[in-house]
Design a protein around this ligand. Sequence first.
Ligand code: NAD
Length: 429
Amino acid sequence: MIAKVASKKAPKQGMLENVMRQFDNAADIIELNTNIRKILEVTNNEIVVHFPVRMDNGEVEIFTGYRVQHNNSLGPYKGGLRYHPTVDIDAAKALAMWMTWKTSLAGLPYGGAKGGIQLDPNKYSDSELERITRRFTYALGDNIGPELDIPAPDVNTNPQTMAWILDTYMSTKSPAERSTNMHVVTGKPIGAGGSKGRDRATGFGVFLTIKFWAESNNVDLKDKKFIVQGFGNVGYWAAYFLVNEGAILTAVQDAYGSIVNEEGINVDELLNYTKGNKGSILGYAKARTLDNADFFSLDCDICIPAALGNQITAKNASKIKAYLIAEGANGPTDVDAEEILLKKGIDIIPDILCNSGGVIGSYFEWLQNRNGEIWSLEEVMEKLEKKMRESFTTVLETSKKRNVDMRTAAFVIAIERLEEAYVQRGIFP
Ligand code: NAD
């Protein structure tokens, strides 16, 4: 039997303190209007629902679900739904805030939200997960909506989860309204109104930011060694595109353990292996097992945390050998670790830039549903690359102009856009 590290311990992630420290740092630098600061420091709505679901054995279990809506001054709330034992109100608040900064930085007409259910999905059958998802959607009711708050996949949720949410949401509407609600969620399967390219959008965006960073630093990605924590949607696709560019994947860590092979790990072979191994990388024959504690200190050029928050901390930061960290995950590096890394001269492509390809891809899906359009894969990828390049360039320019690191620059841009909206509109009444 495979032991699952994450679900056994389910440690509190403490991400809220980090996002607030990141916000305070940037707000101080731009001398953010004090009234607007008060607004952005708090979340608009925090929805907690407890709901019953019948299990396969006939017993009823009560679940707790969360949806936190941080800010919607730039447009409807947008953000993923996570199914994980570490989901709680503080984690949802932190992740919702990151979404507000992310959508603002990307120049999208969205605000920020996040949510999920505190559970370990490995403990439930597919039909139980379907009933849990449908009942959660029903419990959220009109707190979500295509022009109000649009969920998307995150850790342990996927296109199938989104299809169940869509179907449940549509089923609660009158027949005339049903098909006007396709854009209540993004990240749907193509057959259920999804967009081509949304599956790979986040990982492709992670890869693009690494490529743009390499271009601006005169680094050739060919034969560069990289390691990936998390081999899910984001980790897999980021690795796939990097390997296509000639880089070498030397180590992977997931919830079950870590594997290493300095000669290179074949991304698609590993993916196929995990599919027949309950999603786990452990036991893959063409790599050695590695102690989890030694993962981040491996010799490599690029490190991609693409799992959970607070993975790179003051405890392991000083051991990191990579010269570039590309944050596929949300909040993988805590503030203390970041100070250590920056002092060591390690560059960090911050989450709100690095993984923003996901929400940009979601925006494209939402637009297509809203307008009754269907775009080709080439069109989606081209538009995505253009938007990612714009964001990356603005962050780099701001970081040079203000002489700050990339995260601070990204926060400065995001917060200034929100400040401008509030100054222009004023505060009702
Ligand atoms: P996923 O569920 O598809 O994959 C998660 C991966 O992380 C799995 O391989 C899992 O085994 C691994 N993992 C879980 N706990 C771990 C632990 N303690 N140590 C090491 N590995 C662990 O999730 P995903 O959609 O790829 O999301 C990964 C990260 O990217 C999250 O932080 C998420 O918020 C962020 N993100 C996702 C998207 C998206 O479009 N899916 C967009 C932006 C950001």
